[in-house]
Design a protein around this ligand. Sequence first.
Ligand code: IPD
Ligand code: CA
Ligand code: CA
Length: 264
Amino acid sequence: MNRASANINLMIKAARFAAKRLLRDFGEVENLQVSQKSPSDFVTRADRKAEESIQTDLTEGRPNYGWLGEESGEKKGSDPTRKWIVDPLDGTTNFLHGIPHWAISIALEYKSEIVSAVVYDPLKDELFWAEKGSGCYMNEKRCRVSNRRNLNEMIFSTGIPFANKSGDLSLTLAELNNLMPECAGVRRLGAASLDLAYVASGRYDGFWERGLQSWDIAAGLLLVKEAGGLIEPINIENDVLKDGELIAGNEISFEKFSKIIRNR
Ligand code: IPD
Ligand code: CA
Ligand code: CA
């Protein structure tokens, strides 16, 4: 990993360290599924502990940077131009149910632009990382978005509103209704950071979702861009990070895919 900058190495170290504890906790959650105790308080604690551990490592390494974490909120740094954006556990519902699909997401923002990104799936030991202008990698391997152009060969991914997440369910259902008959399938695996990492590595041909938070997608956005993909807000007047909505895909099919999602 000698191409990586000091910041990326710090982010990777923090992600790997927090992952060790999350992996132990995930093993415990699997046992709790069959017990009478509810695993949800346990998972909330695991989530918070993971964020604390990442925050300690990143703040020790870069004491002047700002911070935005899902669990602990925002803290200004003495350097107003740089900020970590962290989701310590993306895919909490999967984690809670013992489903092995969740990740740690860490991004570094510099002057309102994401410049470094790490999305780590510890169960598969897949570490996706990117730096602005230096490409995207999964572990040591360079990532590229897919080069499929025919919708009927393409797999897409999205997020569907659920009980504790407000959103326009009928809108997503209408989009699915338009897209599904045209493509090879749509997945809803429940971790937006990994959805974007899978677009970056060519596993998915595209992804769209609304109602996301900046920590869900900050790192994934850079992965896709550095892997040669395109990202736009669904409503072109919106801002991807601030409004939490996006369409991501490869350049060749982006127009076809985005037209269907935008219902044009
Ligand atoms: C969630 C996941 C999910 C997305 C939700 C997010 P969490 O994050 O990324 O895929 O559909 O909107 O809240 O709660 O598991 O960190
Ligand atoms: Ca999340
Ligand atoms: Ca989370």
